[in-house]
Ligand binder design. Structure first.
Ligand code: UQ1
Length: 454
């Protein structure tokens, strides 16, 4: 690690040291005791202890004090998911990507290690997997997404075959298999997919593609590899400014891109992936793979999609895209991937949403007008290999909304270092403690230097 990288890390650690100490304490765990039928009231109930849930639990519990905020989160580990592409490429280890949930949730919030099983927004009540009924003044849905590997016949079986040919960076269960598939690859098709559902970090299926292609070059296997990206989308990337930079990259690196091609089955015993052409119903292709990187279809968790009053047609929480407040139930908000706001689903989006959601929750609880608005900011550090990255940043209108004073639609080593070494520290020490509100402030400060930038 360079001096600059370690200094940045130390600075961020110092900035958040008090918060981190406060986090390392024992909290309320309820898994051992059955609490069926028990009633409980709280001011704010947060569903989910991911990036958005943690950030808002920190902000809200620090404002309202001990015990006023309840978090429902069944997992005992909190993963820094943006690291998964780097783990797939062998640049980081899985053990570097998580902390215990107990250490990242704020001490002043009450954590139940249970999930929400029934939501009743008319009666302001949520029932948990342990039979607890929680009545809230305000509900924040921050559950993130559910990975539906089971929706593609044969995929889960293929992901359990010990030949290591099929992997997936989206799950901690399968991410190590991705690097294994790169290492054992000898000759043939390396196929990368993108499903026909909204996904979190829509750039990630492409990042692992570029990392793999670079890996094959580094290991002198590139001439024996046919690298193919089969995406269900009609475009390579949704924002033209960056798509225009990515097409020359795939062309110069001899990567085949097939648009509107959707993975529908995996025959793991024969190493065959089956795709459909979404533009020509009924047209099916079978492709032999030597390695397959599969991205599962995703949705909000079942407990959310089953609550029809809360979700939109696509099954995500139906919020106003500016205020993040539910369109009907004014004491319900959403943050992050489970929200129906039409932004790209990334940790950076949740960061930019967090001050808006916080201010608007406080305003709602005080009976005041909502004044804070989210502009759809999303950011995607498109890692294009072992030392380069294009930092895409854009808003609801898919217009670039860039932080740095130099053109960002180019591959850069500095952006790669930011993604690999700086962002994890920022995430653990500032984002989860509620102190990182996205880069808007930084962008405004940097704009002074943007002479000549389009
Ligand atoms: C960001 O805010 C964020 O959330 C914490 C990320 O996820 C880990 C990111 O990858 C990026 C790039 C941002 C935006 C931050 C800057 C400094 C541009």
């Amino acid at each position: 690690m360079s001096y600059i990288q370690s200094s940045a890390r130390n600075f961020l650690k110092l900035a958040a040291v008090s918060q981190t100490n406060a986090n390392a304490t024992v909290r309320c765990l309820s898994t051992l005791k059955n609490v069926s039928g028990e009633r409980e009231d709280c001011k704010v109930l947060i569903l989910g202890g991911g990036a958005g849930g943690c950030a808002l639990a920190a902000k809200l519990s620090s404002k309202y004090g001990e015990g006023k905020v309840v978090v429902l989160e069944p997992a005992d580990k909190h993963y820094y998911q943006p690291m998964f592409t780097l783990i797939g490429g062998g640049m980081k280890n899985l053990s570097q990507s998580y902390k215990t949930m107990a250490s990242v949730l704020p001490k002043k919030a009450k954590w139940y290690q249970e999930s929400a099983v029934n939501l009743d927004p008319k009666n302001n009540t949520v029932t948990t997997s342990n039979g607890r009924n929680i009545k809230y003044d305000l509900l924040l849905v921050a559950t993130g997404l559910q990975l539906n590997y089971n929706k593609i016949p044969g995929l889960e079986d293929a992901l359990s075959i010990p030949d290591g040919k099929v992997g997936s960076i989206y799950s901690p269960k399968y991410v190590d298999r991705v690097y294994e598939s790169l290492r054992i690859f000898q000759k043939g098709n390396a196929i990368f997919t993108f499903p026909s559902s909204p996904v979190k970090c829509p750039g990630a299926p492409q990042k692992i593609l570029y990392i793999a292609e670079h890996y094959f070059r580094k290991m002198n296997k590139r001439n024996d590899a046919n690298v193919v990206y089969n995406t269900a989308l009609p475009v390579l990337f949704g924002v033209k400014h960056y798509a225009d930079a990515l097409w020359p990259i795939v062309k110069s690196r001899n990567i085949t891109v097939n648009l509107r091609r959707n993975l529908i089955e995996v025959k793991g015993d024969k190493n065959i992936a089956v795709f459909e052409n979404l533009d020509k119903p009924g047209e099916i292709y079978e492709e032999q793979y030597e390695m397959l990187h599969a991205v599962p279809p995703m949705s909000a968790p079942d407990a959310i999609t089953q609550c029809k009053e809360l979700v939109n047609e696509a099954g995500f929480v139906d919020v106003d895209k500016s205020t993040m407040q539910h369109t009907i139930y004014k004491n319900v908000f959403a943050i992050g991937d489970s929200s129906g706001s039409p932004n790209s689903k990334t940790a950076a989006s949740a960061a930019a949403q967090s001050p808006v959601v916080f201010r608007n929750i406080v305003a709602t609880l005080e009976g005041k007008e909502l004044k804070s608005t989210y502009d759809g900011y999303a950011s995607c550090p498109l890692v294009t290999g072992y030392n380069s990255c294009i930092l895409a940043e854009f808003d609801y209108n898919l217009n670039p909304l860039e932080t740095f004073p130099f053109p960002q639609n180019k591959e850069r080593y500095t952006m790669f270092i930011m993604k690999k070494d700086f962002m994890p520290a920022l995430y653990w020490h500032l984002m989860l403690t509620g102190m990182w509100n996205g880069p808007a402030l930084m962008r405004n400060l940097m704009s002074v230097f943007k002479f000549g930038k389009k």
